[in-house]
Write a new protein. Structure first.
Lengths: 267, 403
């Protein structure tokens, strides 16, 4: 009955739900799994053309003097995609499985968790390809990459926490699944993904403080420091991203577990 | 082997919302609290199931049987009371819940098995048995969206019975598939029982409950109305249903009426042992069906016709006035046609009746009340209560003892 045994008993459910997500999401499409890579690639191409070619945004070079807008963008875009996909796919994860929830008892956290993990698998494949791209560009991240697991963990916790929250909220109010699209769009532009944080520093206060409070800013800055600049991230960014992710996960977990007994009636 | 279940003072409340707001706009614009009625689906239910026991939950629709089963399965959480379950529990509330149409049968076996609580090696061990049981060897690697509904249900059931839990909760899913598959299911069910599993079963098939279960719980309006040995609880239930259906006499239940109305059946009465309309109908006692008719357009040689069905719609018997040797050249005016039965061979239970008047060939219905009348046969002198009919035979026993 305890939570710990629940989690341990649910490994197989989680694994199978994850496989279901991965196998079923691109069934019947010709490119299949490639779509998960195509999406960020096309987004990157569009932003590169708009911001680098048309608007002529000038990036400061990194520590090794490399200046590549696509690489700079992807380092932020890939983690961001995991956050936004977790929120949108998480929102529908319970509602779409109403049939299961009404008829079978199993550890319900596995539903949003499997959605997040399926997107995390796509994210990791994208990350692997990005690392190759960075090496080709001549970015030297070897002295900082050992720290990469820390922002990865924070990213996963933040994504799972947000998915838990949106999944429960959408059970009560189906508006959430549409609202999530608007919120993530606003959040995307409010996070330094297509522009460096340095641009905000030029704007000055109070904007900079607001940006610093955004957990996604700290997280993206950490990824960017480690992978694009090849330097150790600021301790403040590292701790803030980890701390906020942990807090979101804790809140998401508590809300989810509190609402769980009533799922079968609400779904 | 089997696990035990203890249910103590369990009450479950549902909220019946009046136009429940489902969007934020409604929440914002409607300042007052959401209006709802409370409805107690279960009230202070207490009973226990010992290891290895088979217990049936019976009661009319809406009496809380399925809610109770869902509470036991942890799908619903009761507001009050305590449910204690010892052992691994698996619920068969709906077969194939959670199948993903795009995945193959094989992938769905692993997914569904895991959801029902099997580990991966366990599913792998039982995989061949599951596929064989479902009879789907040729189709197991095709997506289930291409399955027929029968194949779908067979696969779902095959997975569920192979979970081999300590406690199995079953909600009337035994009635799936064709006859051969049903036989396999019953055999599997017997095997589970004989290996000492604990079973809690919800069913409307009172014969099954009386036959399979050690004990039964009779729920009425969310409360335990009776509890004890299965046979005696089934009898209590039948008597109780009889009492309530008497109050509802004349109320049309399922079924409908059709016909060209040259002749109309204006009233149909069911008469029990004492010959009065509406008196209790008792197994082994006399019974009569009285049809009041009125002719709109005179017809030649019409047939009056009575059919009896079980509560689940199995056609049991047909009887026509022609079979009884009753003929009339020309029917006009109005009157009564009556079918009398001296010794009712039906076993106690719920039945449906059709009454009709039609042309001599049976091709044209003048007025057909198709399964419009429900009635209860109460336990009488004969002891038979299994099967569909009592066999009016005489037993003889010859015994030779050599000294």
């Amino acid at each position: 009955m305890g939570t710990v045994t629940d989690i341990l008993d649910s490994r197989d459910v989680l694994r199978n739900l994850l496989l279901r997500e991965l196998k079923s999401s691109y069934k019947g499409s010709v490119l299949g799994f490639m779509w998960s890579l195509l999406n960020p690639l096309v987004t990157m191409a569009i932003f590169t053309v708009v911001f680098s070619v048309v608007l002529q945004v000038q990036l400061p070079p990194n520590a090794q003097g490399v200046r590549s807008f696509p690489a700079f963008l992807l380092v932020g875009l890939l983690p961001w995609s995991l956050i936004s996909l977790s929120m949108s796919a998480g929102a529908t994860s319970l509602v779409a499985n109403g049939n299961l929830i009404r008829k079978v008892y199993f550890f319900r956290v596995t539903l949003p968790a499997s959605v997040v993990l399926a997107n995390a698998v796509n994210f990791l494949v994208g990350m692997g390809l990005l690392l190759v791209f960075l090496v080709v560009l001549g970015v030297d991240f070897w002295s900082s990459i050992w720290l990469l697991p820390v922002p990865l963990l924070a990213l996963l916790m933040l994504s799972l926490g947000l998915a838990l929250l949106t999944s429960v909220a959408n059970l009560y109010y189906r508006d959430i699944q549409y609202l999530v699209g608007l919120v993530t769009m606003a959040w995307f532009y409010a996070t330094p993904i297509i522009y460096p944080l340095g641009f905000v520093e030029r704007v000055g206060e109070p904007w900079l403080t607001l940006y610093r409070l955004n957990p996604a800013t700290a997280l993206i800055e950490t990824f960017r420091a480690i992978l694009y600049d090849g330097r150790l991230p600021g301790a403040q960014d590292l701790l803030w991203s980890l701390g906020t992710a942990l807090a979101v996960l804790a809140v998401g977990w508590l809300v989810f577990r509190r609402a769980e007994p009533h799922f079968a009636e609400e779904v | 082997m089997g696990g035990a279940v203890t249910v103590e003072g369990v009450s479950k409340k549902f909220r019946l919302f009046h136009e429940r707001p489902r969007s934020l706009k409604e929440v914002v614009t409607r300042r007052r609290r959401r209006s709802f009625d409370e409805f107690w689906a279960l009230r202070d239910v207490t009973f226990s199931v010992d290891p290895g026991e088979t217990v049936g939950l019976i009661g009319p629709n809406g009496s809380g049987k399925s809610t109770l089963l869902k509470c036991l399965a942890r799908i619903l959480r009761p507001e009050k009371g305590r449910i204690e379950v010892q052992g691994k529990l698996s619920a068969l509330l709906e077969v194939g819940a959670g199948f993903h149409p795009e995945l193959t049968g094989r992938e769905n076996v692993f997914l569904n098995g895991a959801i029902l609580g099997l580990s991966r090696p366990e599913v792998r061990d039982r995989f061949d048995e599951i596929v064989e049981f479902a009879g789907l060897e040729r189709f197991i690697d095709t997506p289930v969206k291409g399955y027929s509904s029968g194949m779908y249900v067979r696969l779902g059931f095959a997975i569920a019975v192979n979970v081999r839990p300590d406690i199995l909760l079953v909600d009337e899913v035994l009635a799936v598939g064709d006859e051969e598959f049903q036989r396999k299911c019953m055999a599997k069910f017997e095997e589970l029982r004989s290996t000492g599993r604990t079973v809690v079963l919800v069913s409307h098939a009172l014969g099954t409950v009386g036959d399979l279960c050690d004990r039964a719980v009779f729920l009425r309006e969310g409360r335990v109305a009776d509890l004890g040995p299965a046979r005696s609880v089934v009898d209590t239930y039948l008597r109780d249903v009889g009492d309530t259906s008497k109050r509802e006499e004349g109320l049309s239940l399922a079924g409908h009426r059709y016909g060209s109305r040259e002749v109309e059946l204006t009233r149909i009465e069911l008469c029990g042992a004492d010959g009065r309309a509406g008196s209790p109908i008792v197994a082994g006692a006399p019974m009569a069906v009285r049809m009041h008719w009125r002719v709109n357009t005179p017809v030649a040689d019409p047939l009056f016709h009575v059919d009896l069905f079980t509560g689940t719609g199995v056609h049991l018997v047909a009887s026509t006035s022609a079979m009884g040797g009753v003929h009339v050249e020309r029917l006009e005016g109005e009157g009564v046609a009556e079918l009398r039965v001296d010794d009712l061979l039906l076993v106690p239970g719920e039945y449906l009746l059709s009454a009709a008047v039609h042309d001599p060939g049976g091709g044209r219905d003048y007025d057909h009340h198709d399964r419009t009348h429900a009635f209860t046969v109460h336990p009488g002198d004969p002891l038979e209560r299994l099967g569909l009919l009592r066999l009016p035979g005489r037993w003889q026993l010859v015994q030779r003892v050599r000294s």
